[in-house]
Design a protein around this ligand. Sequence first.
Ligand code: GDP
Length: 182
Amino acid sequence: MAGITWHYVLKFIITGDAAVGKSSLLIRLTDQRFLLNPDPTLGVEFGSKLITIPEENKIIKLQCWDTAGTESFRSITRSYYRGAAGCLLVYDVTSRKSFTNARSWLADVREHADPHLTCILVGNKVDLCDADAGAKRREVSTEEAELWAQEEGLLFVEASAKSGQGVEDAFVKAASDILSKI
Ligand code: GDP
């Protein structure tokens, strides 16, 4: 029987503050699962997944590296920027601080990654903004994030690793953009 084949292999990195949901997004993408209390990210985790880009009719093998969210691991994770074609720059829509810090993560990516890297800004945890989610409050509006993404030339999506909303879409959008540049 013929094995599964793909047209391209793309390396992605996932970056952003600790606890914004980077590991959870990766687990959601590769396993269709959500863990309430995942192990705190230590160093870098890896996940692989086949996705289809409909417009191009192409199958992409994504190789995703989840970089640690803490400053102390930055020196380790920098080497993982090498060779990356795509980057998910993640913040938590209920944490303004994580959105503010996305600026320095972007600066870090721009300093160390390929200048042609496609970056998508991902506002995670939108499920906490649902009317029935209760206490948690949105601290970053969709409009504000969209505007900043436009200014910086980033793609943008809001997502929830918990519900799955927008997760595959984030990777597909970024991968489509990369393919359109090849
Ligand atoms: P990381 O440090 O950026 O890798 O973040 P984690 O993936 O470890 O997630 C941090 C915490 O946020 C965990 O308790 C997750 O269960 C929770 N979390 C992650 N994504 C979501 C989401 O989309 N919605 C909600 N409600 N919680 C999330």
